[in-house]
Design a protein. Structure first.
Length: 107
């Protein structure tokens, strides 16, 4: 439980823009908190997904497609952020496990 309390601030910071993810990564560089690492990977994955798919989604001239994409990313972000606030290591739906594998080098 103590590990969660120590990493909670870094986990919360990681969800505040992609810059926050990098700041949390630097803050966690020497402590190596597992809870913070988990949420840094999740937040970084959400932001990378947003930028990678957002580039291609922007070419669609449909408000339905773009609003569905924004809603999907927002739901993932809220799910991860609330998990960090609650002190739980819940994987974001659909692509959370992929984030953990993709960013496994973040320790």
């Amino acid at each position: 439980m103590n590990s969660i309390e120590e990493g909670k601030n870094m986990a919360i910071v990681s969800y505040i823009t992609i810059i926050g993810s990098f700041i949390a990564l630097i803050m966690n560089n020497e402590k190596k908190n597992a809870f913070a690492n988990f949420h840094i990977r999740q937040a970084l994955g959400i932001f990378v997904t947003f930028f990678a798919f957002g580039y291609f989604i922007s070419y669609f001239d449909s408000w339905m497609i773009t609003s569905a994409f924004w809603l999907f990313i927002f739901i993932l972000w809220i799910y991860g952020f609330l998990g960090a606030l609650d002190g739980k290591m819940r994987v974001v739906p659909i692509i959370g496990e992929f984030y953990q594998k993709l960013f496994k080098g973040i320790q």
